[in-house]
Design a binder for this molecule. Structure first.
Ligand SMILES: [Ca+2]
Length: 204
């Protein structure tokens, strides 16, 4: 079969010499390849990923009932995610989506944790993108998919996971040290390009 999807969605790459794999592509494995022409060395990072069949993570059996995500708001000096372990929430509430606005007027030395479920509209491979200033982490289905730890300016990291259609538990953790602050969560998945997660896919 042909491999017809790349991580950046630009390449269409027939690879006729690969061993046969099932037609249902639901997961990404670690194989990456680079292209080179005879006599010309490939430059830059390889950017082709092979998708092969894997069992997507089953959806949660318990269906959430409330719109949005539950959040906890912390105040204190946090330079890395582990520092949050010593803090207790100053305030809790519900947010339509991950949003720094729940911190209110405070502009530095605070942290947030959002918890709830995200709904995968179809079974397949999802790529999540987490951008933050300063540190952040995105966990889904009980695993840390993206860890963007430490004090830093805006930087975006991504992670890939195969999900079954339905609700999956998520946790987004964030902290702001000083200066500029930012938090963004996006995804792309079966049949749709990179985009922000709408509030309609969150419940808790
Ligand atoms: Ca900052």
């Amino acid at each position: 079969m042909a491999i017809d999807q790349s991580l950046d969605a630009r390449l269409i790459v027939p690879l006729p010499h690969l061993p046969p794999v099932p037609d249902t592509l639901t997961s990404i494995v670690g194989l990456r390849a680079a292209c080179a022409t005879a006599g010309i060395k490939a430059s830059g990072k390889p950017d082709i990923a092979l998708l092969v069949a894997d069992e997507p993570i089953a959806a949660a059996a318990e269906v959430p009932a409330e719109k949005g995500l539950a959040f906890e708001y912390f105040e204190g000096a946090v330079d890395k995610l582990a520092d949050m372990a010593s803090l207790t929430p100053v305030r809790t509430g519900t947010s339509a989506k991950p949003d720094l606005a729940v911190a209110g007027a405070r502009k530095e030395r605070y942290a947030l944790r959002f918890r709830g479920f995200v709904r995968a509209p179809r079974s397949g491979v999802y790529v999540f993108y987490l951008g933050s200033d300063d540190g952040s982490r995105f966990a889904i289905a009980g695993r840390d998919l993206i860890v963007n730890d430490g004090a830093h300016g805006v930087s975006e990291e991504k992670g890939e996971i195969a999900l079954a259609q339905g609700w999956h538990p998520v946790e987004i953790t964030y902290f702001q040290v000083t200066g500029p602050m930012n938090l963004s969560l996006a995804w792309r998945g079966p049949g749709f390009p990179k985009s922000s997660l709408p509030a309609s896919v969150f419940e808790h």
